[in-house]
Structure formats: structure tokens, C-alpha cells
Design a protein around this ligand. Structure first.
Ligand code: NAD
Ligand code: TYD
Length: 379
């Protein structure tokens, strides 16, 4: 049986990953470590926490004593590090927190792993490690910087991060690789494109747009909406990480992407059209709308769900123009391919939000309203 430490799994991708591996592998034990920042919500994983296969610990990846204690108690085989400050806009407002969590937190985990997993030294002085262990760092395509209209990021593209967020993630990647090169600690890194799917916190583009449509609010598109992202359904990302972790290939970096480039404006327009179509097909969904004007037949009207909701607002500082992934390596070496076409993934995602408004309400109590007003008032 393998014991996993999954950090940051009360957040979007980590939670989806825990659900994925618990369903896929019978014989595993998962310890979730999460600080429950504004982005982490226990409600997201509460149904997975059975205290037999899956346990929760609230704590900070920067806390040395806690991580040492957890290693002693649970004897981890794998560490999968999702924990991070993850929102570019917030990194522009408060860079230091990103450096603390994303860089020093990662390094703290690596050091704890080094203390716990060492079993001796080889003839050259390199540590010998417990068998079957792995440290996996969940990284992002943003470490490569910004592309023009042409070209793709490969694993050999030089790191050239441009936002405080991506600079902190690139630094973490370099520390992780330094532990491989210096100590031969078995590490792997995945660099994924933009994810979308269930449990995505509504500060990021797609869930924010869905939330605003349902509330009849304007849909803020930065600049002219021409910036391009490559969107991947979150479960496909989880599958890629699972394949990498179980691949026994040390020191490898894998790009993970959806072959699904879209401009932000396209994403917003597809989201508007899909919400409207789902409400046409299933009028029951209209009950989640906050704007509830009725027509003469007593039906809640939806003709206002159209592109007029779009509002072009002030651009993000240093806004990366385009991200695009070449996933040839993970496809050819591990057999991974993105399985969920965008047209299918976006419907699944929107239906999930329509059916899980309680979750949205739960995660947007507290500071969210304040954040939204501050962040968007400036635009
Ligand atoms: P998220 O913001 O939804 O979740 C992050 C989680 O980390 C939260 O539960 C939060 O409480 C926790 N956390 C933050 N600081 C912590 C700390 N000091 N100690 C312990 N827990 C802490 O983020 P996400 O979108 O799920 O991203 C997860 C990882 O994937 C991040 O490392 C991110 O850089 C990477 N990534 C994200 C995307 C994307 O599209 N969202 C794409 C590629 C890579
Ligand atoms: P986001 O979801 O924040 O992810 P990232 O910045 O990591 O790519 O943003 C995706 C794209 O959408 C990005 O180009 C910025 C843009 N965007 C908007 O146009 N409006 C918004 O309200 C948000 C949050 C993002």
C-alpha cells in the first residue's frame, strides 16, 4: 500500500486529484494537508474524508515541525505538492505571499522528505533513498513565459516567467530539480495548461463568468479579450499526474496540455451560449438565476443571457499573451492524451455549477465579495 501526502487538496485541482486516485486505486492511503486559505474549502473534500483511506490535516507546508511529525506518523511514499497561492491577479497585488508559500513551502517539503527518506550514503557520498518514494511538483505552463501567435512550449523551452506567480512557480521548479541533481532525490514535475472543471474557485475566468451570468452581472474581459490560453479538463490533468507518479521515471519534467487554444473572448462567448442553451433545454435550471423576470407564460426569461453582458475592462499588468503546450513527451512516453473535448468538458462544468450552487455560496462567503469589489473596481 502506498501512502500519499497530497498538499493543497482542499483546493481545485488537488481535490479533483484526490477523488480521482481514491476511485482509481483501492490500496492507497491519502493524507490531505491544507492550510485552508481563502482558496481551500473543507466542503470540497468532506465526502472523501473517511478516516480510513483519506485523512485531513489542517496546516501550512512552511511548518517544519508539522511536516516532520506527519512523516513520522504516516511514513509517506509519495508527496504530491499542489499547495500554492495560485491566482496571477492576487500575485500582482501581494507578491511576497507567493514567494513564501510557493518557493519556501516547496523547499520545506523537500527538506522534510530528505530527512525522512534517507537510508544511508553510497560510495560517492550521495544519499541512498527508501525504495519506491517520489516527490511530485505540480507546476504550470506559465513558467515558460508568454508566446506570440506561433509556437509551443516544450520541456526544453527556457524558463522565462513574467508574473510574480509564475516567477514563484519557476523558482520552485528549479529548487525541485536542484534536489534531484544534488541529492538524487526522486522527483518529477508536471507543467500543465489552464484547468477547468468542478470545484474551481470563482476568482478564475471560467467559474467567475458562470457565477456572474447566474447573477445577471457584467462579464469582465481584460483588455480586448484576444489573449490565448490552452484549456484542459481537470480530470485529464489528474490522470496525467497519476501516470507520472506511478511511472518510476526520476527527474523528468512533463508538459500537460489540452490542444485546446482559445481566446478569452471565445471562452466567455462559449460559456454564455452554453449556459443559455442548457436553460432552454432544461427550464428547471432557470431557478438558480438571481435575475428572475417572468414572461406572460410565467417562465423565467433568459433572452438577456447574451454577449451584451460582456464588459471589456482594464487589462492585467504584464498580461501574458499566449500559452500553448506541446504534450508530445507525455503522450509518447506514458501514453497520456487529453480525453475530454472542450465542448463536452464545458457542458459538464457548467452543469456541475448549476447543480452545486450551495458549494458556490459556501466558498464565496467571507472575503470573496470584498475581493471582487476591490479587484474589479480598479478596472
Ligand atoms: P487553488 O488556489 O484552488 O488551491 C490551492 C490550495 O492550496 C488551497 O486549498 C489552499 O488552501 C492551499 N494552500 C495555499 N497555501 C498553503 C500553504 N501554505 N500550506 C498548505 N496549503 C496551502 O489552486 P489550484 O488551481 O487547485 O492549483 C493547484 C496547483 O496546480 C498549484 O500549485 C498551481 O500552481 C498548479 N496549477 C494550476 C493550474 C490551474 O489552471 N488552476 C494550472 C497549472 C498548474
Ligand atoms: P485566469 O483564470 O486568472 O488564469 P491565468 O491568469 O492563470 O491564465 O485567467 C485566464 C485568462 O482570462 C487570463 O488571460 C486573464 C483573463 N481574465 C479575464 O479576462 N477576466 C477575468 O475576470 C479573469 C479572472 C481573467
Amino acid at each position: 500500500m502506498k501512502t500519499y501526502l497530497v498538499t493543497g487538496a482542499a483546493g481545485f485541482i488537488g481535490a479533483n486529484y484526490v477523488k480521482y486516485i481514491l476511485a482509481k486505486h483501492e490500496d492507497i492511503r491519502v493524507i490531505v494537508l491544507d492550510a485552508l486559505t481563502y482558496a481551500g474549502n473543507l466542503g470540497t473534500i468532506k465526502n472523501d474524508l473517511d478516516n480510513e483511506r483519506c485523512f485531513f490535516v489542517r496546516g501550512d507546508i512552511c511548518d517544519r515541525d508539522l511536516i516532520d511529525h506527519l512523516f513520522t506518523e504516516y511514513k509517506f511514499d509519495y508527496i504530491i505538492n499542489f499547495a500554492a497561492e495560485s491566482h496571477v491577479d492576487r500575485s500582482i497585488e501581494n507578491p511576497q505571499l507567493f514567494l513564501t508559500t510557493n518557493i519556501l513551502g516547496t523547499q520545506n517539503l523537500l527538506d522534510a522528505a530528505r530527512r525522512a527518506w534517507v537510508v544511508g550514503k553510497d560510495e560517492f557520498g550521495y544519499p541512498k533513498w527508501t525504495k519506491g518514494i517520489r516527490f511530485h511538483q505540480v507546476s504550470t505552463d506559465e513558467v515558460y513565459g508568454s508566446l506570440g501567435a506561433e509556437g509551443y512550449f516544450t520541456e526544453t523551452t527556457p524558463l522565462s516567467p513574467r508574473s510574480p506567480y509564475s516567477a514563484s512557480k519557476a523558482s520552485a521548479d528549479m529548487i525541485v530539480m536542484a534536489y534531484m541533481d544534488t541529492y538524487k532525490l526522486p522527483v518529477t514535475i508536471s507543467r500543465c495548461s489552464n484547468n477547468y472543471g468542478p470545484y474551481h474557485f470563482p476568482e478564475k475566468l471560467i467559474p467567475l463568468i458562470i457565477k456572474n451570468i447566474l447573477e445577471g452581472k457584467k462579464l469582465p474581459v481584460y483588455g480586448d479579450g484576444a489573449n490565448i490560453r490552452d484549456w484542459l479538463y481537470v480530470e485529464d490533468h489528474c490522470k496525467a499526474i497519476d501516470m507520472i507518479v506511478n511511472s518510476n521515471k526520476d527527474g523528468e519534467v512533463y508538459n500537460v496540455g489540452g490542444h485546446n487554444e482559445k481566446t478569452n473572448l471565445e471562452i466567455v462567448k462559449i460559456t454564455i451560449a452554453t449556459v443559455r442553451r442548457l436553460m432552454e433545454e432544461n427550464p428547471e435550471y432557470r431557478k438558480v438565476l438571481k435575475k428572475r423576470e417572468k414572461n406572460e407564460e410565467g417562465e423565467i426569461m433568459i433572452d438577456w443571457i447574451n454577449d451584451d453582458l460582456i464588459s471589456f475592462v482594464k487589462d492585467r499588468l504584464g498580461h501574458d499573451f499566449r500559452y500553448a503546450i506541446d504534450p508530445t513527451k507525455i503522450t509518447e512516453t506514458l501514453g497520456w492524451t487529453p480525453e475530454t473535448p472542450f465542448e463536452e468538458g464545458i457542458v459538464k462544468t457548467i452543469e456541475w455549477y448549476l447543480n452545486n450552487q450551495d458549494w458556490v455560496a459556501e466558498v464565496t462567503t467571507g472575503d470573496y465579495q470584498n475581493y471582487y469589489e476591490q479587484m474589479y473596481k480598479k478596472r
